[in-house]
Design a protein around this ligand. Structure first.
Ligand code: ADP
Ligand code: MG
Length: 441
């Protein structure tokens, strides 16, 4: 099967799944005119008709979409939405040097997201250090800061910077590979199963730049960590530039191999923090410009003040206002924005019932089931997710128990503990939680 026929087939079956999961108008409006275009490694590129559709799907449905695609491919997959006119930047790892055994299969192709460039990254006090370090790394890979370790909480631009490094380095002719740590784990596991460990390690040897995302997901995976440790050493000795992204400083990675942690501290560690007000305004303006929406400055100012949890929420809030204005025909005003966002934020914080409904809807199960005693896997996972979200919203276990058939606090505390352990190791679960936090009730 060629890369494009398989992409087509995968996306068609994922659409089949989504069609039964989402309301019909949603399907018709946002999903119907999309096409699976290319499947490179575990990343599926999907064409969508406009930037607006891309943004909408990305902020509201990406977790659901990713799950559907992963269910079809049978492994953790990533989905990238591309607007028709965007270019696909495919970086094929170059032919290996002459002295390199040519029995080694090439690494999977890396498809860099053409939206995540240095040019589209808004610089501010919260991220300028990370930004300039990332640029320095492309200017002279393997020399200045090796490894470069970028950390910060979710949605603050780490993946964006890794892709920016990747596509620029690839354009300059370096052999580059971007890999998420889940993908690394999958490939490592497969290599063990097929007894291809040597091959697996060999594939990395020819690289000049290795970008590895979300290394916190390697926590607790001893075998994978140790494979990565060896690859890291080999590459580092060969002056290959390594860039690592994580949601926390290397010192806080647990449970984690100490030797590997200390390697992360060899180079430079930079943090990205929440953008300040001016940076948030600049990000919103850039975002509006990109999707060709004209948004009055008082609306931008309002959103920048109201949405303070990461860049993704910022962009999501603007999308929400634009979508509402498009559907209702109401002009984009501060009044419209405040009505939409106030309900969204208020509902989000103070109604446990609303949170539970949201989770049940997301997982496609009934309220009765999520609150009741059923123990099947899907239902208990949804229940744990709801409990964890309520805990994160500040409710105590005994208070949470009340909403779930008067469960006692120990049972609730245990479920929450399980859910949070799971969020650290199971990235699909973590993504669902993120998606749930971003969706209004
Ligand atoms: P992370 O990997 O840290 O969770 P991402 O890199 O996925 O975050 O960023 C989330 C979204 O926010 C992306 O759409 C990204 O382009 C955007 N973004 C984050 N920081 C910036 C920034 N400084 N300028 C422009 N867009 C940004
Ligand atoms: Mg990321």
């Amino acid at each position: 099967m060629s890369l494009s026929t398989s992409a087509h087939a995968v996306w068609e079956s994922a659409l089949g799944r989504l069609q039964v999961q989402v309301p019909r108008p949603t399907y018709e409006t946002w999903l119907k005119d999309t096409h699976g275009e290319l499947m490179a490694s575990n990343r599926l590129i999907v064409r969508v008709p406009s930037t607006f559709v891309a943004e909408w799907l990305e902020t509201r449905m990406i977790a659901l979409i990713t799950d559907a695609v992963s269910a079809v491919t049978g492994r953790t997959s990533e989905v990238e939405l591309r607007v028709r006119e965007d270019q696909v930047v495919l970086n094929q790892v170059e032919p290996p040097p002459a002295n390199f055994s040519n029995t080694n299969p090439p690494l999977p192709k890396t498809a860099f997201n053409s939206r995540y460039t240095f040019e589209s990254f808004v610089i501010g006090p919260s991220n300028h250090f990370a930004f300039y370090s990332a640029q320095a790394v492309v200017d002279q890979p393997g020399t200045a800061y090796n490894p470069l370790y970028i950390h910060g909480s979710v949605g603050l631009g780490k993946t964006h910077l890794l892709h920016a490094i990747g596509s620029k380095a690839a354009a300059e002719g370096y052999r580059v590979q971007y890999i998420s740590s889940e993908q690394f784990t999958t490939e490592f596991t497969r290599a063990i199963r097929d007894r291809r460990m040597d091959e697996f390690q060999q594939q990395y040897k020819a690289l000049q730049v290795l970008l590895i995302d979300d290394v916190q997901f390697l926590a607790g995976k001893d075998g994978t960590q140790s494979a990565f440790f060896h690859i890291f050493n080999e590459l580092h000795t060969n002056d290959c530039q390594i860039v690592v992204a994580a949601d926390r400083p290397s010192g806080s990675l647990v449970p984690f191999n100490d030797r590997l942690k200390s390697r992360f501290e060899w180079g430079l560690s930079v943090e990205i923090t929440e953008p300040d007000y001016e940076t948030r305004v600049a990000i919103l303006e850039k975002h509006a410009g990109r999707i060709a929406a004209s948004v009055p400055s008082d609306v931008v100012a309002y959103i920048a003040t109201a949405a303070t949890h990461g860049v993704r929420q910022l962009e999501g809030s603007l999308n929400k206002v634009l979508a509402m204005s498009q559907f209702s025909g109401e002009p984009i005003t501060k009044d419209l924005a405040s009505r939409i966002l106030k309900t969204a934020y208020a509902a989000r914080s103070n109604s446990p019932e609303a949170v539970i409904i949201k989770v049940a809807t997301f997982y496609g199960i009934s309220l009765q089931d999520i609150k009741g005693g059923a123990r099947n896997k899907a239902i208990s996972q949804a229940r744990q997710a709801a409990m964890l979200l309520l805990r994160q919203a500040g409710l105590r276990p005994d208070e949470i128990g009340v909403y779930f058939g008067q469960r006692d606090r120990t049972t609730v505390a245990y479920a929450i503990q399980k859910a949070s352990a799971r969020a650290n190791t199971d990235s699909t679960f973590q993504k669902s939680l993120e998606a749930l936090q971003n969706v209004e009730n």
